[in-house]
Design a protein around this ligand. Structure first.
Ligand code: 0A1
Ligand code: ZN
Length: 870
C-alpha cells in the first residue's frame, strides 16, 4: 500500500494560504458534471509571520481525488505552470511570490453516477447529493481540504429543470431562473464562513414539508424537510423534533439559530446517520421517515435524537469548528453529550442513559481493548473515515459528561458561554475547549486533560477493609496497556458512591454530590458502618470497569434498595452476567431455586415503574457478556445465555404471565407511558418464548396479526424467532409482502433474517443478497444484512468451521472497491479476534490475511486489518 502513510497530530502546521471566498458554478450531469471554482486566496498571515515578513516559502498544494482537470486561470489569465502530483494540484510558490491576494479559477469534471463511495458528489435514486466530511470536498474540486480553512461560499447550480425541481445548497437562495435547453440556474449564498466539509448540494424531485420557528429574539426561521415523493406524511415527527431541538438549545444553552432557513433532506444512499452541513442537513432516510405503521418506538426516539444532534452542531461544530481532524471529538463528543441531554429531557433520563452505557460497554470497551484503540483525540491516522468511532463520539461524550458532573450544570454553562465568546467563527482544539471550561470556573483541569490523550478503559478495583474500628472502601485504578500506548497514568475519575446497610438504609458518607474523586492510583473512603453494600459508579459517572466482589445477595439488595434506578438496573445486569457465567463454566448446572424467588421479589418491586422494569427484564447481550471474559468461546457463551433464559422463563413464568395479562393493547401513540408498556410487554414475550410451546406461538401469531403498529409487529417477529422457526418464517413472509416497497422497513426484515439461528444461515444470506430490495451499493442494506450477521449473529458468524468469517471476508472483498468506508466499518468484528478462544482466533486471522493480501486494498481496510495483524 503505497499511499498508507499515517498523519500525526503533532505535525500540525497552520495553512500557508487562506481561501476567503469560494464561488462555485456546478453544471450537473450524471457522468460529466463540470465544476468551475473561483477562489479568492491570500497568503496566510501565519506564513508571513513565521517567515519573518517574507511570503510563504511553500507551494500552494490543493487536494484533489478522482478529478479531471480542465483548466486553471490565475488572476484572470490562463495558467499552465502547475503540476499534478498524486492527484493534487500544485501551484509553485515562485508563481505566487509577489502576490498577497490572488484569484485562482479551476475548472474540472467529476463522474457522480459511478461514485459508489458516497463521498464527494454522487447520484443515486435519481438525486444528486454530496458528502464532504471528512475529506470529500477534494472529490468535487481542487481545494485546501482541511477544516481550518474557512470561506464564504456562493454556489451556482445548473440542472435540468424537469428532473430537478429542488436544487439546494447552503445559506440563502439568491437567484433562480430558467435557461435555454430545459435547464435552470439556482444560486445560493452562505454568509457564514465555513470549512469545506460543511459544503452541501442536493438536487432532486422531492416532496416538501414546510414549517417555521420563531427564535428567542423573535426571528422567523423557515423550516423545510425534503423526502422521497409520496412520503411527506412520514416527515412530521422529524419536523416536530427539529422545533423541539431549536427551543431546547435556546433554553439550556442560550443558543439561537443564525440563518433564515433550515433545510433537511432525506436520502436512501448515505454512509452514516446524518450530516450537519450548514443550513442544509443531509439525513439517511431511516433517521427521518416515521409513522406508527413503519417505525418503531426506538425509531421515533432515534429520529428525535439525531435531528437534535445535527441541529446542535450548528453551534458546536459549525460556528466553532475543529482546527484539524485529530480534534474531531471537540465537536462530536460535545454534540453527542448535548443530544443525550436533549433526549433525557424530552423522553427519559433513565432510558437514554442506559442505552448510552450499553454502547460504551458493548462497543467502546471492545474498541479500546482491540487493535484500533485510540484516545478520544487520536495521535495518528491513516484514513480519517476510520476515526468516526465510538471512542471519539461516545467516550468523547462521557468525558464531556464528567466535566458537567465536576463543574455542575451552571459551571458547565459558564464554560460554554466563554467558549463561544472566545472562539465563535474559529477552528480550534480540544485544549481550547477545556481551557474555556477551566477559566470560566477558576479550576485547574490539567490532570483532567489526560482523558484526551490516554486510551484504554481504566479498571477500578474496590475492596472494603477494616481500619481502626471503622470500615474503609479502598479504590485502586489501573489502565492496562493498549495496542497504541504502553504506558498509562492514573486518571481523574469522579465515582458516585452510595452505601447501604443490610437493612437497605442509606449510610451518610459526607461526600459532595455523592461523588468521590479518585485522582491517583489509590485512595479510600471511610464508611461509618461495619456491614454495608456499596453501590458504585451510579449513572456510569466515569467510563471505567468496576470490580468489587459482590455476592448475589448484594446485587439483590441494590436492586431493591438503591436510591438510583440506574444502579438497580446495573445490579440486575451484573446479577444476570454472573449467573450466565456460572452456566458458561458448568453447562449442566441448574441455578438454585432460591435465586429465582429472590429475583422475582426484586423485580416485583419495580412493577409500579414500567420504565425500570423493562430495563431489568432485559438480559445482557452476548456482545456485552463477551467483554467480561478473556478468550471466550462465543458458541458456548451464546448457549449459556440461552440456557439462562430458558431457566428464567421456567422459574418466573407465573410472574411473566401476570405482567402479560396486565398489559392491554392500546391504539398506538408515541408517548412515554405507552412506550414503556410496549417495552415491558416485548421483554416479557421474548422471555416467555423460550418455552417454545405451541400455545406461546399461537399467542404471538394472534398478536402479530392484530398489531396496529411496527413496534408490536417487530416484537412478535423477534419473539417468534425464539419460539418457533415455522412461525417465524410464516410471519416474515407476510411481513415481506406487506412492506416490500418500503426500503426503510425492509431493512428491518433483512436484519431479522440475518440474526436468525439456523444451520444454513449462509445459504439464506446468499439468497437474500439476490432479493430485489437488496443492493450492495446501498449502505443501509449492507449494514442490515451483512452487518447484522457479523455483529449480532454469534452462532452464525462464529460457526465452528470458520464459514461465517469467510462469508464476511468474501463480502468485504466485493464491497471494498465500491465503498471502502462501509467495508472498513464491517470488518470490526473480525479485527477484534484477540478476545476469543485460540481456535477462533486462528480462523479469523486467516481471513484477515486474505484481506491484507488483496492488491489495491483501500486505505480504510488496510489501516484496520494491518493494525490487527501486528
Ligand atoms: N458529522 C456527522 C457524521 C458524519 C461523518 C462522516 C460522514 O461521512 C464520512 C458522514 C457523516 C455527524 O456527527 O452527525
Ligand atoms: Zn456529529
Amino acid at each position: 500500500m503505497s499511499q498508507a502513510i499515517a498523519k500525526k497530530r503533532l505535525d500540525y502546521q497552520a495553512p500557508n494560504y487562506l481561501i476567503n471566498e469560494v464561488d462555485l458554478v456546478i453544471e450537473l450531469d450524471p457522468t460529466d458534471t463540470i465544476i468551475t471554482s473561483t477562489l479568492k486566496c491570500e497568503t496566510s498571515p501565519h506564513a508571513i509571520s513565521s517567515n519573518a515578513g517574507v511570503a510563504s516559502e511553500q507551494d500552494l498544494i490543493l487536494d484533489g481525488e478522482d478529478l479531471k482537470l480542465i483548466s486553471v486561470f490565475l488572476n484572470g489569465s490562463a495558467f499552465t505552470n502547475y503540476r499534478i502530483e498524486e492527484g493534487k494540484l500544485v501551484i509553485p510558490q515562485a508563481e505566487l511570490a509577489q502576490l498577497t491576494d490572488f484569484t485562482l479559477q479551476i475548472k474540472n469534471s467529476v463522474d457522480p453516477i459511478n461514485n459508489g463511495s458516497l463521498e464527494g458528489l454522487y447520484l443515486s435514486n435519481e438525486a444528486y447529493c454530496t458528502q464532504c466530511e471528512a475529506e470529500g470536498f477534494r472529490k468535487i474540486t481542487y481545494f485546501l481540504d482541511r477544516p481550518d480553512v474557512l470561506s464564504v461560499y456562493t454556489v451556482t447550480i445548473i440542472a435540468e429543470k424537469a428532473a430537478f425541481p429542488h436544487v439546494l445548497s447552503n445559506g440563502n437562495l439568491v437567484e433562480e431562473r430558467d435557461l435555454a435547453d430545459g435547464k435552470k440556474l439556482v444560486k445560493w449564498h452562505d454568509p457564514f464562513k465555513k470549512p469545506c466539509y460543511l459544503f452541501a448540494l442536493v438536487a432532486g424531485n422531492f416532496d416538501k414539508l414546510s414549517d417555521s420557528f420563531t427564535t428567542m429574539s423573535g426571528r422567523q426561521i423557515q423550516l423545510e424537510l425534503f423526502v422521497d415523493k409520496g412520503k411527506a406524511s412520514q416527515g412530521h415527527h422529524a419536523l416536530a423534533s427539529l422545533k423541539k431541538a431549536m427551543k431546547w438549545d435556546e433554553d439550556v444553552f442560550g443558543l439561537e439559530y443564525d440563518l433564515d432557513i433550515y433545510m433537511v433532506v432525506a436520502v436512501d444512499f448515505f454512509n452514516m446517520g446524518a450530516m450537519e452541513n450548514k443550513g442544509l442537513n443531509v439525513f439517511n432516510s431511516k433517521f427521518v421517515l416515521a409513522d406508527s405503521n413503519t417505525a418503531t418506538d426506538d425509531d421515533f426516539f432515534n429520529i428525535e435524537s439525531i435531528i437534535g444532534h445535527e441541529y446542535f452542531h450548528n453551534w458546536t461544530g459549525n460556528r466553532v469548528t475543529c482546527r484539524d481532524w485529530f480534534q474531531l471529538s471537540l465537536k462530536e463528543g460535545l454534540t453527542v453529550f448535548r443530544d443525550q441531554q436533549f433526549s433525557a429531557d424530552m423522553f427519559s433520563y433513565l432510558a437514554t442513559r442506559i442505552s448510552q452505557v450499553k454502547v460504551m460497554r458493548e462497543h467502546q470497551f471492545a474498541e479500546d481493548a482491540g487493535p484500533m484503540s485510540h484516545p478520544i483525540r487520536p495521535d495518528e491516522v491513516i484514513e480519517m473515515n476510520n476515526f468516526y468511532t465510538v471512542t471519539v463520539y461516545d467516550k468523547g461524550a462521557e468525558v464531556i459528561r464528567m466535566l458537567h458532573t465536576l463543574l455542575t450544570a451552571d459551571g458547565f454553562r459558564r464554560g460554554m458561554d466563554l467558549y463561544f465568546e472566545r472562539h465563535d467563527g474559529q477552528a480550534v482544539t480540544c485544549d481550547d475547549f477545556v481551557n474555556a471550561m477551566q477559566d470560566a470556573n477558576e479550576v485547574n483541569l490539567d490532570h483532567f486533560k489526560l482523558w484526551y490523550s490516554q486510551s484504554g478503559t481504566p479498571r477500578v478495583k474496590v475492596e472494603s477493609g477494616l481500619e481502626s474500628g471503622s470500615k474503609e472502601l479502598n479504590f485502586t485504578q489501573r489502565t492496562n496497556p493498549t495496542a497504541d500506548q504502553a504506558d498509562k497514568r492514573a486518571l481523574y475519575l469522579p465515582i458516585k458512591v452510595e452505601c447501604l446497610e443490610r437493612s437497605g438504609r442509606k449510610i451518610d458518607l459526607n461526600l459532595n454530590n455523592d461523588t468521590f474523586v479518585l485522582d491517583k492510583a489509590n485512595a479510600s473512603v471511610t464508611v461509618p458502618s461495619e456491614d454495608f453494600v456499596p453501590v458504585l459508579l451510579s449513572d456510569f459517572s466515569a467510563p471505567v470497569i468496576l470490580d468489587y466482589p459482590y455476592s448475589l445477595e448484594d446485587y439483590l439488595l441494590i436492586m431493591t434498595f438503591s436510591s438510583s434506578d440506574y444502579s438497580k438496573w446495573d445490579a440486575s445486569q451484573a446479577l444476570y452476567s454472573s449467573l450466565i457465567s456460572e452456566l458458561y463454566h458448568n453447562e449442566s448446572v441448574e441455578l438454585s431455586t432460591s435465586v429465582w424467588g429472590k429475583l422475582e421479589a426484586a423485580l416485583r418491586q419495580a412493577c409500579n415503574n414500567y420504565e425500570l422494569l423493562n430495563e431489568m427484564l432485559t438480559i445482557p447481550s452476548v456482545e456485552s457478556l463477551t467483554q467480561g471474559f478473556e478468550f471466550s468461546e462465543p458458541l458456548k457463551l451464546s448457549a449459556a445465555r440461552s440456557a439462562f433464559l430458558v431457566q428464567m422463563q421456567e422459574n418466573l413464568q407465573d410472574f411473566l404471565l401476570e405482567i402479560m395479562a396486565n398489559t392491554a393493547q392500546k391504539s398506538y401513540e408515541y408517548t412515554k407511558v405507552q412506550v414503556n408498556e410496549r417495552r415491558v410487554l416485548s421483554a416479557v414475550l421474548q422471555l416467555l418464548s423460550y418455552s417454545k410451546t405451541p400455545e406461546m406461538a399461537a399467542q404471538l401469531e394472534k398478536r402479530f396479526n392484530s398489531a396496529d403498529n411496527m413496534t408490536d409487529k417487530l416484537t412478535m417477529l423477534k419473539a417468534s424467532q425464539i419460539c418457533s422457526v415455522e412461525l417465524f418464517e410464516k410471519l416474515m413472509l407476510s411481513f415481506e409482502s406487506e412492506y416490500l416497497e418500503n426500503a426503510v422497513v425492509m431493512d428491518k426484515w433483512f436484519a431479522l433474517h440475518a440474526t436468525t439461528k439456523s444451520n444454513d444461515i449462509l445459504s439464506k444470506l446468499t439468497l437474500l443478497a439476490s432479493h430485489r430490495q437488496f443492493n450492495l451499493r446501498n449502505p443501509n442494506k449492507v449494514r442490515s444484512l451483512v452487518g447484522s450477521f457479523a455483529f449480532y449473529n454469534t452462532d452464525g458468524f462464529h460457526a465452528i468451521d470458520g464459514s461465517g468469517y469467510q462469508f464476511l471476508t468474501d463480502y468485504l472483498l466485493e464491497l471494498d472497491p465500491i465503498n471502502p468506508q462501509i467495508a472498513a466499518r464491517l470488518v470490526t468484528p473480525l479485527i477484534q479476534y484477540k478476545k476469543f478462544a485460540k481456535s477462533h482466533q486462528e480462523m479469523m486471522v486467516m481471513q484477515l490475511k486474505r484481506l491484507l493480501n488483496r492488491a489495491n486494498l483501500s486505505k480504510d481496510l488496510y489501516e484496520k486489518v494491518s493494525k490487527s495483524l501486528t
